[in-house]
Design a protein around this ligand. Structure first.
Ligand code: FES
Length: 163
């Protein structure tokens, strides 16, 4: 009887010996699998961050439905996404208007203040005219960029690249 045939009082049979090519191959497989799993868990959030999700709602003709005149009632405003750009849509005294919602001072997102009836930047109290986008007061150096809209029945559409 040889060492290769008896282990712990039993016959070894088909069980590969410690350090045999089969066991090494299996351990390499496990090591590779766990390394790939770890890399996948690290890479997935990075790839998810670098590749933006599909942008919101460009409809037929590239138009974006911003809402309805019911959603954006008189003397109110709403910030919506036009692709990756925020746009503020206002239903004010000058009718329905839309502008880039990115403040021209340092890039904060503006909102509509119904008490003063102006577009207001919360960061440094910049105020804009909701009819023209012009600076009324505060540090913003330029007016808000106008965004072209079309209103069909009660639906308000933003038209990318037209304004
Ligand atoms: S970022 Fe808007 S006023 Fe400064």
């Amino acid at each position: 009887m040889t060492d290769a045939q008896v282990v712990d009082g039993g016959v070894r049979g088909d069980v590969p010996a410690l350090g045999s090519p089969g066991r090494r191959r299996f351990l390499r497989f496990l090591l590779g699998f766990s390394a790939l799993s770890t890399l996948g868990m690290i890479a997935a959030p990075i790839v998810g961050f670098l590749i933006p999700p599909p942008s919101a709602g460009a409809g037929a003709g590239g138009r974006v439905l911003a809402g309805t005149t019911t959603d954006i009632a008189a003397n109110s405003g709403k910030v919506v996404a036009m692709g990756s750009k925020p746009v503020i849509v206002i239903n004010g005294d000058a009718g329905i208007t839309a502008f880039s919602a990115v403040c021209t001072h340092l890039g904060c997102i503006v909102g509509y203040d119904s008490t003063v009836k102006q577009i207001v930047c919360p960061c440094h109290d910049g105020h804009f005219n909701p009819g023209t986008g012009a600076v009324v007061s505060g540090p913003p150096p330029k007016p808000l960029a106008a965004v072209t809209i079309t209103v069909e029945k009660d639906q308000i559409f933003l038209v990318p690249g037209a304004g």
